[in-house]
Write a protein that binds this ligand. Structure first.
Ligand code: KG4
Length: 349
């Protein structure tokens, strides 16, 4: 039987991403970033994203095929992100995927972007077998989503808790804008935080009285604004104040996540714990999650936190879409019925 080789496309937000994968093996993972275009707006501007996706998609597909050492003759199926995401951005990827599928007579597999982030930890740089997994806990922390997902098995997910307002990365980016740190601010905050004191500003810990595992980051944002408007703070901040601010904000955002993770682990057991999404690249977040797992040692069968093998797999990318699709090769979908699903929940796959 011919080995399955997939070409996967993700245009859910502001990156045009194309990858070639075989099972969980990543053969290429190309991302045409639009960050420079959106920087002036301090966030993603949907119509600008749509236009840039239209311009980038074909050269990104060509680059992904070339880097994988493949041609269209090698590709056995296509995968595309159907949602959730920005509707105008999703549309470009889906339209392109349908056109390629029809031109090359290939099946097209629609994939949920969040399932891609969940399964990003299974991607491998070298050939390896498709693993079956049961009862894992996936923590997704990105610019668009922050949630705890129970992976009953691959393809069956339960959301244990999720943000009720901003995502963690979005919160860091918005605070970064208040501090003139540019966009996206998450990586800058991580660097500045290394030079600061995380206990310098006592941010509140949100949602401690609720019994749910939901999260909320809007209070941290409001608290930041209030502190910055306080007359006792220098304007502009001194260098050390800025470093302390970044360390304290980062600590507040991550402590909220690990507080809820701790609650989950007090009540449930898991085979393993996975971390994905753009903010998962942050080493302090990884450390704080590892410490929380260690403190609940008896609740996790394999206590080693699984993270994607590269930072490129944390951010929005298409390799994770190809990996998710490799578990659905047997499902048949009529290519023409695939439409964008901007609010597609991971539980409803
Ligand atoms: O998953 P992703 O590429 O896309 C969206 O879901 O939008 O995540 C991007 C987010 C941005 O908010 C960015 O500030 C954040 O991930 N991010 C980080 C780091 N790298 C990216 N946040 C904190 N520390 C980092 N090292």
């Amino acid at each position: 039987m011919k080995k399955s080789i997939l070409l996967a496309i993700d245009t859910s937000c502001d990156d045009t991403a194309v990858a070639v994968t075989s099972g969980t093996t990543v053969l290429s993972n190309v991302i045409a970033s639009q960050t420079d275009l959106h920087r002036q707006y301090g966030g993603v501007f949907p119509t600008v994203a749509k236009q840039a996706h239209k311009e980038n998609i074909q050269p990104t597909v060509t680059a992904a095929l070339r880097r994988a050492g493949t041609t269209w003759d090698d590709i056995t199926a296509l995968a595309v992100t159907q949602g959730p995401g920005l509707a105008p951005a999703l549309e470009v990827g889906i339209t392109a995927a349908k056109a390629y599928a029809s031109e090359h007579n290939l099946p097209l597999i629609p994939i949920n972007h969040l399932e891609g982030h969940v399964l990003s930890v299974l991607a491998k740089p070298k050939p390896s077998k498709l693993l079956e997994v049961a009862n894992a806990l996936s923590i997704i922390v990105s610019g668009g989503n922050t949630l705890f997902v129970r992976v009953e098995k691959i393809g069956k997910y339960t959301v244990l808790g999720q943000t009720l307002d901003d995502a963690a990365g979005e919160c860091l980016d918005k605070i970064g804008r208040m501090l003139n740190l540019g966009y996206p601010a998450g990586p800058v905050i991580e660097q500045f935080a290394k030079l600061g004191n995380p206990k310098a500003i006592p941010f509140p810990l949100p949602l401690t009285t609720t019994k749910t595992y939901d999260l909320s980051f809007s209070g941290i944002k409001t608290y930041t604004r209030n502190v910055l408007e306080d007359k006792t703070v220098s304007n502009p901040l001194t260098k050390q104040e800025l470093y302390d601010f970044c360390a304290s904000i980062q600590f507040a955002v991550f402590r909220h996540i690990t507080y809820k993770l701790n609650k989950i682990l007090q009540n449930m057991t898991f085979s393993q714990i996975w971390l994905g999404g753009g903010v998962a690249a942050n080493t302090t977040l990884r450390r704080m999650i590892r410490e929380t797992i260690r403190a609940n040692g008896d609740k996790v069968h394999n206590p080693k936190l699984a993270v994607p093998y590269s930072k490129k797999l944390c951010m929005d990318n298409a390799a994770m879409i190809g990996v998710a699709a490799s578990y659905k090769l047997k499902h048949k979908t009529d290519n023409e019925t695939i439409e964008r699903r901007p609010r597609w929940e991971v539980e409803k796959i």
